[in-house]
Design a binder for this molecule. Structure first.
Ligand code: C2E
Ligand code: MG
Ligand code: MG
Length: 580
């Protein structure tokens, strides 16, 4: 646990560039300035940026009252635990960015009290410096604005319609469905629709264009004869429609899809949108709220399908949704308890058999179920945004371990870390890597980031500049599982990468398959000529190893050389094999 905040509150107050703080410092003794925070009705907290996890070092009385935790349950922890499982709120992303840039920010976000109840937190963060130099701490001011929020929601509720589109709001939507369900024989279709990439429209064309698209969507749905049309979220619509004889859920959904798939012409731009759609068909006895929730569960499945296919709600979806929720909570707890760690799998030079480095592979040391492989939880961590926390701790842990291992070694070992595509999209990777590398003073050449091919395909222009910035910092960039995605040799020429890893599916059965041999041989030749490191993955046998060596493959990794082992085991292994 980091040391408690010992310096007087006045010491930080002095660093706020403001005449009044100077006055405080010059005219009032610390005995008085120290009392100020406890008189405030706003929560005041200080976190220490010099510690890697930015723990809270001080909380005032109001902060404890607002959150329901007492000081010693808060001090030493990063205050993100107050966010519960709501890690994907856009405001959280804005806060992380502001902290990374050491700027001030004011946001309102959802937080949870110790007893689990939600409160809306009007949060203001200000970077301050204990010595007048770089920011060393953040002061956070929190205010519980739940009452105001509830009042605003109440007004929205009584207004019934969404101001922008004129469609019903979500409260009125549920009410209307309730009305439809009363005294009817027909079944009711409830569909929820979500626009893919709406965020990009707002960012690319501006919010006014985004607003026009939303209005047109509502109009088109109403004109298509859909009985109840509602805007249920920022870019989400809900519709309800009694199924008359001759109508089926499929025909009504097809109508919806057809009216929405026509281009939107707004302010000189022609925009084509893609939509996810989930639905449920309810009997007249059903409960409106439940149906809307179930359509939402189906929508989520549609959103995660490759081509945004229409999905109907199935009861097992709800079970899965509950399981996901439980997993999210467990993973949050695991992060707080430091249950994630890395195993290290050796990489060797094939001609000499010398150890040259290791790939760090994530493991979850689950209290009940033992050590879990990433296949069981990575995807979920990506879906919930928890991967950001895992990744940021991960890089620090790997960098620290690289320094420990290379201390005193004549030839440094290289350490690779897998970086999820989500991390590339949600965080400023060059800034983040720069921060960690300079904070830890590690030689960046010891660190390689492994990316997947899919990332290259998705947004090549933007990706290219991110990758260039990363290379500038001196870290290596590797394409993982090469050949399994949309392998395109053009990337090898265009992208500033330093390494490719031949996927283990090419190595498995290499002896028997002539075509695999041809593919692997050409990848190795091209890479050697272009000057990349090549690492063959999944080498399991002596024969695989020999064959690859004959093909001039310089490096390899696989069970033949060793499985991934915990840090302590890798340390003794790396020192016992010597330096070749
Ligand atoms: P990957 O990056 O391709 O990692 C190699 C995987 O192949 C590892 O599985 C490793 O244990 C396994 N492997 C290594 N040698 C052999 C072999 O000779 N034969 C066979 N059959 N398998 C071998 P693991 O640890 O379960 O990791 C699976 C995947 O999870 C990784 O694939 C990577 O995509 C992802 N992953 C692992 N750690 C992290 C992480 O820290 N962050 C992120 N975002 N993803 C991670
Ligand atoms: Mg990898
Ligand atoms: Mg791989």
């Amino acid at each position: 646990m980091p040391p408690k905040f010992k310096a007087g509150f006045g010491a930080l107050v002095t660093s706020i560039p403001n005449e009044r703080s100077d006055w405080l410092r010059d005219h009032l003794p610390e005995t008085i300035t120290n009392r100020l925070p406890d008189l405030s009705r706003d929560g005041v907290a200080v976190s220490d940026l010099r510690d890697k996890d930015c723990p809270l070092v001080y909380v005032n009385r109001a902060f404890q009252e607002i959150t329901g935790y007492v000081s010693n349950e808060l001090v030493g922890k990063n205050c993100r635990f107050l966010q519960g499982s709501d890690r994907l709120q856009p405001e959280i992303h804005a806060v992380s960015e502001a902290i990374a840039r050491r700027t001030s920010i004011s946001v309102t976000l959802k937080n949870y009290r110790k007893d689990g109840t939600l409160f809306w937190n009007d949060l203001r963060l200000v970077p301050v410096s204990a010595d007048g130099q770089e920011a060393t701490h953040y002061i956070g001011l929190i205010r519980n604005v739940t009452a105001g929020k509830n009042a605003a929601e109440q007004i929205e509720h009584s207004a019934r319609s969404d101001l922008l589109t004129g469609a019903l709001n979500r409260y009125a939507f549920i009410e209307e469905i309730g009305n439809l369900l009363i005294g009817r024989q027909e079944q009711i279709l409830i569909s929820k629709i979500d626009m893919a990439g709406f965020h990009d429209i707002n960012e690319g064309y501006g919010y006014d264009v985004g607003d026009q698209v939303l209005k047109q969507i509502a109009q088109r749905l109403s004109k298509a004869g859909i009985a109840v049309v509602s805007r249920t979220g920022s870019d989400e619509f809900g519709v309800a429609h009694p199924l008359m004889p001759g109508q089926s859920a499929q025909t009504v959904n097809a109508t919806i899809r057809s009216v929405l798939s026509q281009s939107f012409v707004v302010a000189g731009a022609t925009i084509n949108m893609r939509f996810a759609l989930g639905y449920v068909v309810g009997s007249p006895m059903a409960d409106a709220m439940t149906l809307v929730r179930q359509a939402g569960v189906a929508l989520r499945r549609s959103k995660s399908s490759a081509f945004l296919e229409v999905r109907e709600f199935k009861p097992e979806d709800e079970r899965q949704a509950r399981n996901r929720l439980r997993l999210t909570r467990e993973m949050q707890q695991a992060l707080a308890n430091d249950e994630f760690g890395f195993y290290y799998q050796p990489q060797v030079a094939l001609d000499t058999g010398t150890l040259v480095g290791a790939e760090a592979l994530l493991r979850w040391h689950h209290g009940l179920f033992g050590t879990q492989q990433p296949g069981k939880f990575i995807e979920h961590a990506e879906d919930t945004g928890l991967i950001l926390d895992i990744g940021s701790r991960g890089l620090r842990a790997i960098v620290d371990y690289a320094q420990l291992t290379n201390d005193g070694r004549a030839t440094a070992l290289k350490f690779s870390m897998n970086v999820s595509a989500v991390e590339f999209k949600l965080r400023d990777m060059p800034q983040f890597v720069h921060e960690v590398v300079s904070e830890r003073g590690v030689n960046p050449a010891w660190i390689t980031l492994e990316l997947t091919e899919s990332l290259m395909v998705e947004s090549s222009g933007e990706m290219l500049s991110i990758m260039r910035d990363l290379r500038q910092l001196g870290v290596g960039l590797s394409i993982d599982d090469f050949g399994t995605g949309y392998a395109n040799l053009r990337y090898l020429e265009e992208l500033p990468i330093t390494e490719i890893k031949i996927d283990r599916t090419f190595v498995a059965g290499l002896q028997e398959s002539r075509s695999k041999q041809i593919i692997v041989e050409s990848i190795i030749r091209i890479s050697n000529e272009l000057g990349f490191r090549v690492v063959a993955e999944g080498i399991e046998t002596d024969e695989d190893c020999e064959r690859l060596r004959d093909m001039n493959c310089p490096f390899g990794q696989g069970f033949f050389f060793g499985k991934a082992v915990d840090a302590a085991t890798f340390t003794s292994l790396s020192s016992s094999v010597g330096e070749g």
